[in-house]
Design a protein around this ligand. Structure first.
Ligand SMILES: Nc1nc2c(ncn2[C@@H]2O[C@H](COP(=O)(O)OP(=O)(O)OP(=O)(O)O)[C@@H](O)[C@H]2O)c(=O)[nH]1
Ligand SMILES: [Mg+2]
Length: 243
């Protein structure tokens, strides 16, 4: 099985080398990464290129002109990987909020589902204990909001630590995905759910970023609150695929 994890980066120069090193020491056969960098001003793109020279078969890099958003970074990454031969396509933040070792459990979970989701809101999962109250509340409420309005079968709808079977992603209408901030994760889950794909949640501890600047903004939160209401109409034609 070939696994490729997409890591979108915007100013993650301190995190990226540590993360790639951690991923490549995992006892997992044929693990690869695709870094999608949005012309980070701190040199993240150059660091990714250096890793690509060191590990030419395992690291690839996509350079984009500027900060075009998380959602579009993943869509471009998915589209590129679907042209290749990878069996499992992953998504993961660069800032160590997602523990690289959990990739092993997600790969194992994917044996019995179509999408394996790292989840903060199932028993055993948790949020950074040092997160300010408002941020915990916002995340908990945001998840409840999206899950309830859209009748999603997962507890963690906004998390960005997921592994997809290649066939699952190939069946999704990626060209129709419009969300760009973290509501992108909700949109992907919703489209997959409407097509009848099965999810499995693996409990994770979500750690606050240790290095670098937070990119969470009011604009991204507003996009999320409004987009959720648009999704049922946008995907009204999707039906479970016959298996
Ligand atoms: N390519 C690309 N990557 C992005 C963009 N925005 C965020 N990212 C990356 O997406 C991942 C998640 O973004 P974060 O900034 O960690 O979002 P967050 O976890 O909600 O908030 P903080 O950790 O507080 O910043 C990180 O690896 C970021 O570097 C973007 O516009 N383009
Ligand atoms: Mg983060």
């Amino acid at each position: 099985m070939k696994t490729t994890i997409i890591i979108p980066t915007y100013n993650e120069a301190e995190n990226l080398p540590k993360l790639l090193t951690a991923l490549f020491t995992l006892p997992l056969e044929d693990l690869n990464v695709l870094v999608v960098d949005d012309n980070s001003s701190d040199g993240t793109g150059r660091i990714a290129d250096e890793f690509m020279r060191t590990y030419p078969n395992r690291v690839s890099v996509m350079h984009r002109a500027g900060k075009l958003g998380l959602g579009s970074a993943y869509i471009q990454g998915f589209t590129e990987l679907l042209k290749g031969d990878t069996d499992i396509i992953g998504q993961m933040d660069a800032d160590f909020s997602h523990d690289p070792r959990k990739v092993l459990e997600l790969v194992a979970a994917l044996e019995t589902c179509d999408v394996a989701v790292g989840s903060r809101y199932v028993p055993g999962g948790s949020l950074d204990k040092d997160w300010p109250f408002w941020r915990k509340w916002l995340s908990t409420f945001g998840n409840f909001y999206a899950r309830t309005i859209l009748h999603l079968p997962i507890r963690d709808t906004t998390g960005g630590f997921r592994l997809w079977r290649r066939e699952t992603l190939a069946a999704l209408p990626l060209e129709r995905v419009r969300s760009n901030g973290y509501v992108f994760q909700v949109e992907m889950a919703y489209a997959a759910h409407k097509l009848g794909f099965q999810f499995k949640e693996v409990p994770i501890y979500f750690a606050e970023r240790r290095w670098g600047q937070s990119k969470m903004s009011f604009r991204i939160q507003m996009e999320a609150a409004l987009r959720v209401w648009a999704l049922p109409h946008q995907y009204r034609d999707l039906r479970p695929l016959a298996k």
